[in-house]
Design a protein around this ligand. Structure first.
Ligand code: NAD
Ligand code: UFG
Length: 341
């Protein structure tokens, strides 16, 4: 199968590209390198010992997209490309809607013209907003609380309307919970630019000495230790979820819209994550409790049973693997891919 991977140079895209290549698929990565570099793909290429077919381009540029679809005959598309920083989306909503929603519309139009109707879309647990019941099932109301989440919810709606209009489309919206970890080689991993927004990259940068102290955003939530609880999922498990979703769609007798949670079903608090990381590295992580971060919810973790039932997929890696692999990546690449530039 020839699979177009948009955003394939990024964190989740590079791990999924590697797994697709490992199982024998042909992959073309399309990425504008807005939040990534080609070094991730060079590393994937070294791990698989094969060249990577990479096209630098932007989903917003319809000419580039048209050229891409004229040049190759894809069987399906795995669509990671998007902007993902919640705070930035509040400050720059137009940029987020333009990039995420218009970019996806451009992609869908080209797919339709080329008669390629199988798509995996990177959605997010952020579409649930502040969930009323836990664990969160796919039936929970979609109530995003920021422009980033809105852009994901809008795209899901567009995809649902598209499936209603034409029964040949096979689409999976995968709602990821909190991706963490790295490839066990320590060769590819998450490389945020600037100060990390997310917990685990920040914790691992404190561990290497790049940052002084972690701010824990609030210890007065209604959770067992007062800190926020999330469903952290190893990026290798997450990548495997995409392969499982592709197989599921390929085996459907007719068109299909699948909306599915990819999480572990187990929530960990911020303090539990810090403790697990300290155990892995054998030294304390310096942290202090500060006020709540605006927009954060107390707890969010998945009911992942639908993914197990339909995709025969289940997260296999636990908190220990998440910490060990994060640490291997971070300690081998303290400045991420920039070390190489
Ligand atoms: P990432 O930023 O590492 O990867 C996204 C990639 O898309 C980057 O390489 C970027 O350069 C590229 N890109 C962005 N806009 C583009 C455009 N217009 N044209 C071409 N390329 C473009 O992010 P990630 O963590 O790998 O996330 C992948 C997807 O998963 C995103 O859609 C994100 O919203 C979604 N997601 C991520 C998380 C998370 O916490 N990492 C959680 C839920 C959902
Ligand atoms: N946290 C801290 N200090 C930090 C960073 C985070 O205490 O420096 C806390 C947060 O308050 C939260 C937990 O750690 O309780 C996790 O925070 P993250 O920023 O790592 O993750 P979020 O759950 O806030 O959001 C992430 C992605 C979103 C995505 C969502 C669900 O950033 O894009 O998971 O998939 F939508």
């Amino acid at each position: 199968m020839h699979i177009l991977v948009t955003g394939g140079a990024g964190y989740i895209g590079s791990h999924t590209t590697l797994q697709l290549l490992e199982r024998g698929d042909t992959v073309t990565v399309f990425d504008n390198l807005n939040n990534s570099s080609t070094i991730s793909l060079e590393r994937v290429s070294q791990l698989i010992d094969k060249p990577i077919n990479f096209i630098q381009g932007d989903l917003i540029d319809t000419n580039e997209l048209h050229k891409l679809f004229s040049q190759f005959q894809f069987d399906s598309v795995v669509h990671f490309a998007g902007l993902k920083a919640v705070g930035e989306s509040v400050a720059q909503p137009l940029r987020y809607y333009q990039n995420n929603v218009s970019g996806t519309l451009n992609l869908l139009q080209e797919m339709q013209k080329a008669n390629i109707k199988t798509l995996i879309f990177s959605s997010s647990a952020t579409v649930y907003g502040d969930p009323q019941a836990l664990p969160v099932t796919e039936e929970a109301p979609v109530k995003p609380t920021n422009p980033y989440g809105q852009s994901k919810a809008m795209i899901e709606k567009i995809l649902s309307d598209l499936c209603d209009s034409d029964s040949e489309w096979r689409i999976a919206c995968l709602r990821y919970f909190n991706p963490v970890g790295a490839h066990p080689s320590g060769y590819i991993g998450e490389d945020p630019s600037g100060i990390p927004n997310n917990l685990m990259p920040f914790v691992s940068q404190v561990a290497t000495g790049l940052r002084e102290c972690l701010s824990v955003f609030g210890n007065d939530y209604d959770t067992p230790d007062g800190t926020g609880v999330r469903d952290y999922i190893h990026v290798m498990d997450l990548a495997q979820g995409h392969l499982a979703a592709l197989d599921y769609l390929a085996n459907q007798p007719s068109g299909k819209l699948l909306t599915i949670n990819l999480g572990t079903g187990r929530g960990y608090s911020v303090l539990e994550m810090i403790e697990a990381f300290e155990k892995t590295i054998g030294k304390p992580i310096s942290y202090r409790i500060v006020g709540r971060r605006s927009g954060d919810v107390a707890s969010c973790y998945a009911d992942p049973s639908l993914a197990e039932k339909l995709l025969d997929w289940k997260a296999a890696r636990g908190i220990e693997d998440m910490c060990i692999d994060t640490w291997r990546w971070q300690s081998n690449n303290p400045r991420g891919y920039r070390e190489q530039q």
